[in-house]
Design a protein around this ligand. Sequence first.
Ligand SMILES: C[S@@+](CC[C@H](N)C(=O)[O-])C[C@H]1O[C@@H](n2cnc3c(N)ncnc32)[C@H](O)[C@@H]1O
Length: 209
Amino acid sequence: MLVELLEGLHEPNVLEIGCGTGAYTKAVLDLCPTLRLVASDVSTESVALASRELQEHPNLVCETMDACSMSYPDNGFDVVTGYAIVHHTPMLQCLREVFRVLKPGGRILFFEPNLANPQQAFYSALPRPFAMRRLHMSPDERYFGRWKARRCLNAAGFADVSVRPFDFVHPRLSSRLIRLGTRVGLILERIPLVKEIAGSLVMSGTKPA
Ligand SMILES: C[S@@+](CC[C@H](N)C(=O)[O-])C[C@H]1O[C@@H](n2cnc3c(N)ncnc32)[C@H](O)[C@@H]1O
C-alpha cells in the first residue's frame, strides 16, 4: 500500500509518527530504500533504540516528537504514515497536526487496531488497571471503529478518505500456519459484514491541493 502511495514521487519526504523501536520503520525502508524518512516517537528511549538498530540507513533521521504537537513546519511532507500510533493519541488532535505538516496533495497511511474485532472489543471493555497489568496495554490506548476514524479524518480536513478493515491473521498464529491463515484471511476480508471484524483498520486520505 505504501509503495503504491509513493509511486511517481521523486525522493519523497516521508514522516513516520510513533515509530517505537523501529519495526515498521525497517519494513518501510526495506520496501522503499530511496525515500527520505523521518521516524519520530514521543519516547526518547524508543527513538534511541530505533536509531541504533537502523543506523546503517543513510536516508533515515530518528527524532523525539509528540505527534499531537510537532515542531515541523507546515506543508513539509509528501506522506505521513504510522503503525499502531493513532489510537495512542487524542485522534482528532493528532490528525489535525498530521494534516498541517503534509504538503497539499500529500497522503496519509495508518494501520490501527479495529474496535469491532471481538478480541479488541473485549480488551477495551476490561478495567484499564487490569488490562495494563495482564495485557500490557498502556493507559493512553483507545481502540476505535472505522466510522469514528472516518469522521475524524473528515473533520481534520482530509479528502478521499478511506477506512478499511483488513487482516485476520492473529499475531500469535504459529509460523507453520501463517500461509494458510493469510489465505483464509484474504477470503474473509472480501465477505461483507465478516470483514468488519478484521483485526486492523487501514486509514488513508489526501490533503486537498
Ligand atoms: C504500539 S507502539 C507502535 C510502535 C511502532 N509503530 C511499531 O509498529 O513497532 C505505539 C508507539 O506510539 C508512541 N506514542 C504514543 N503516544 C505518542 C504521541 N503522542 N506522539 C508520538 N508517539 C507516541 C509510543 O511511544 C509507542 O512507541
